[in-house]
Design a protein around this ligand. Structure first.
Ligand code: ZN
Ligand code: ZN
Length: 300
């Protein structure tokens, strides 16, 4: 990992955190209104589905098929979450599945873990953000882990344009805040703060929690060889990604919530099912109850 790469990653982690503190300070002065929160909610949901529907279930695991315009739209929305360009993200995540919780996993809280409570905290920190800063494993090779996307012209174009999508994800909330506040510069500033930086910060930490918390705390019920966990309290903010143990058991499933109650708390799965109904996506991968029963741990 180059020095520039490391500094860029550090800034990506630290800057939204500074914005979050600034936002709280502003909150005390009541400089946040329903408009800012509405912009924030819309952009949180749109960019989160860019990651969960697009980057994760479509591009990484090919859980369904769809048209080129829909693929491009989800790749752009995912880029606007500022978690890395499409191909980089997919390569890292496929590497996580190839080496889950073993040497080679870019963000396991267990690999090389030192003993005791301090060791556990260090492992969680590494899985959450440390892996992007330390360069311990380097980043996954796109040619090795995502050759399908390297050959995919429209997706390669979205990937190359990453910095423009980052500019867009910050410009949009500022412009929306400006217009919706009756063309005030303060409205533009609070729109940028809440709908831009705070929203990016929140989604970053929810996504990273899947790497750290969901490989450490929570329940498991399938007989698989890793430390993945289902974490119910993270299910809604992560739009269903926190049924992460189910996901490691059946990576290509378009649905991470498998039990009826989990399905309700898997908004990404519900959205894919809705898009299937209206004909926007097809060949959606489902896991039959029989296959689930075959993998279940006896007595759980
Ligand atoms: Zn995992
Ligand atoms: Zn995955």
């Amino acid at each position: 990992m180059t020095r520039v790469h490391r500094i860029t990653n550090l800034l990506a982690v630290v800057l939204p955190f500074i914005a979050f503190i600034a936002a709280i300070a502003l909150l005390w002065n009541r400089a946040v209104g329903p408009t800012d929160l509405a912009i924030m909610a819309v952009l949180y949901f749109s960019t989160a589905i860019g990651i969960t529907v697009g980057y994760h279930r479509l591009f990484t695991h090919r859980a369904f098929e769809t048209s080129t315009p829909v693929r491009v739209a989800f790749a752009i929305l995912g880029s606007m979450a500022v978690e890395g360009s499409t191909i980089t993200w997919v390569a890292d995540h496929r590497r996580h599945h190839a080496f889950t919780d073993e040497e080679g996993d870019p963000h396991s809280p267990h690999v090389g873990r030192r003993p005791g409570v301090l060791g556990a905290i260090h492992g969680l920190y590494h899985a959450h953000v440390g892996w992007m800063l330390s360069g311990r494993h380097g980043r996954a090779s796109a040619h090795r882990f995502a050759p399908d996307l390297v050959k995919d012209k429209p997706i390669r174009w979205v990937d190359r344009m990453f910095l423009y999508w980052v500019a867009l994800t910050l410009t949009l909330p500022a412009v929306a805040g400006f217009v919706l506040s009756g063309f005030s510069l303060v409205g533009a500033a609070t729109g940028l703060l809440w709908g831009g930086l705070v929203r990016i910060f929140m989604l970053h930490h929810v996504t990273w929690s899947i790497n750290s918390v969901c490989h450490f705390f929570g329940s498991r019920r399938f007989d698989i060889d890793d430390e993945s966990r289902n974490v119910f309290w993270l299910a809604l903010p992560s739009l269903g990604e926190a049924w992460h143990h189910n996901h490691h058991a059946f990576p290509t499933s378009a649905f991470h919530g498998l039990k009826p109650i989990e399905k309700l708390a898997d908004p990404t799965g519900l959205l894919i099912a809705t898009m299937e109904k209206v004909g926007l996506v097809w060949n959606v991968v489902r896991v039959s109850p029989e296959r689930q029963a075959q993998k279940a741990i006896v007595g759980v």
